[in-house]
Design a protein around this ligand. Structure first.
Ligand code: NAP
Length: 300
């Protein structure tokens, strides 16, 4: 038996041709799969770096995006990105699908960025914040659990407090974020998407780095995503993780400062021979958040 989803693509063409609507105008459905019209997203660690880059991509695709991060107020760079989004022309689904704007599907969509303080290690505060956002916007469709920290120390001397801090932010914080959004999705029966930023460090060991705590935390995030995917699948909530290689952000810059040999070594360990830029993660982040990945869950 075919699955009970609304047909698009080939089956839509064939069922239209065998029904009275065979004269309907052809429309492109593939590119519009990646659009996020009026979807509501929360992204942690989105004051800068990978989180802010993904926030921009989601807002360009039409979403209302809440950037959640530690600072009480966003800085000037974040405000510039918000203002850029506000100045974007509306997204026209008609132009993506090739349909006429007057056929009822030509609604123009405008994404926007909002900012709120959060500390992902505070479970109740995360629940309250997600509830407030869902109440205000009527829904949460997308959760990008991205906040994370990285520091290192030689393993035999690894200070316990530093180890616990990394575990708290990277593991507990990721769980509390996903729980907070998942509860609001489940309450409203929304087929949402939860995405974790794990890391290649969850599957490999960064050669020459003293990152036992970080690597351990990211391995846990990968397994957490699979586990949540199985528990939340029956509620129609998808959960996936992404594991970037070395990306040039404040997090990695602090390690590379004045260490040209280290940068060379990191580049040499990558098949493309270079570091990645945060904007190069937009494609996968859009794929996982949107209807382009409706049968993708539990994937790393
Ligand atoms: P980043 O520029 O340092 O951004 C991380 C953000 O998370 C910061 O804005 C930070 O705020 C915030 N944050 C830290 N602790 C928090 C907490 N308790 N509650 C809420 N927000 C908190 O780093 P990034 O490179 O964009 O990293 C984003 C994610 O990608 C992390 O999970 C990281 O592990 C992962 N990742 C990064 C790379 C890479 O090469 N850059 C590769 C693979 C995976 P403050 O600045 O105020 O502390």
């Amino acid at each position: 038996m075919p699955p009970s989803t609304t047909p698009t693509g080939v089956s839509a063409i064939l069922s239209a041709s065998s029904s009275s609507s065979s004269s309907s105008t052809p429309t492109r459905s593939a590119l519009s799969l990646f659009a996020l019209p009026s979807r509501v997203a929360i992204i942690t660690g989105a004051h800068r770096g990978i989180g802010l880059e993904i926030a921009l991509a989601y807002a360009e695709a039409g979403a209302i995006v809440y950037c959640l991060d530690l600072p009480e107020k966003p800085d000037g760079d974040w405000v510039k990105v918000r203002d850029y989004v506000a100045a974007l022309p509306p997204l026209s689904m008609a132009s993506l699908t090739g349909q006429n704007a007057d056929d009822g599907k030509g609604k123009e969509i405008k994404g926007r960025l909002e900012y709120a303080h959060c500390d992902v290690t505070n479970q109740q505060a995360m629940f309250n914040l997600a509830a407030r956002i869902a109440e205000k916007e009527g829904r949460i469709d997308i959760c990008f659990a991205n906040a994370g920290i990285l520091s290192g120390a030689e393993v035999l001397d690894y200070p316990g407090e530093d180890f616990k801090k990394i575990i708290d932010v990277n593991i507990n914080g990721a769980l509390f974020t996903a729980q907070a959004a998942g509860r609001e999705m489940a309450k409203r029966n929304i087929a949402g998407s939860i995405i974790f930023t794990a890391s290649m460090s969850g599957s490999i060991t960064n050669y020459g780095m003293h990152w036992t705590a970080y690597n351990t935390s990211k391995a846990a995030v990968i397994q957490m995503a699979r586990s949540l995917a199985c528990e939340l699948g029956p509620k129609r909530i998808r959960v996936n993780s992404i594991s970037p290689g070395y990306i040039y952000t404040e997090m990695t810059k602090s390690f590379l400062q004045n260490k040209p040999d280290l940068e060379k070594s990191w580049c040499a360990q990558n098949p493309l021979g270079r570091l990645g830029n945060p904007d190069e993660l937009r494609g996968v982040a859009l794929f996982l958040a949107s209807d382009a990945s409706t049968f993708c869950t539990g994937s790393e």
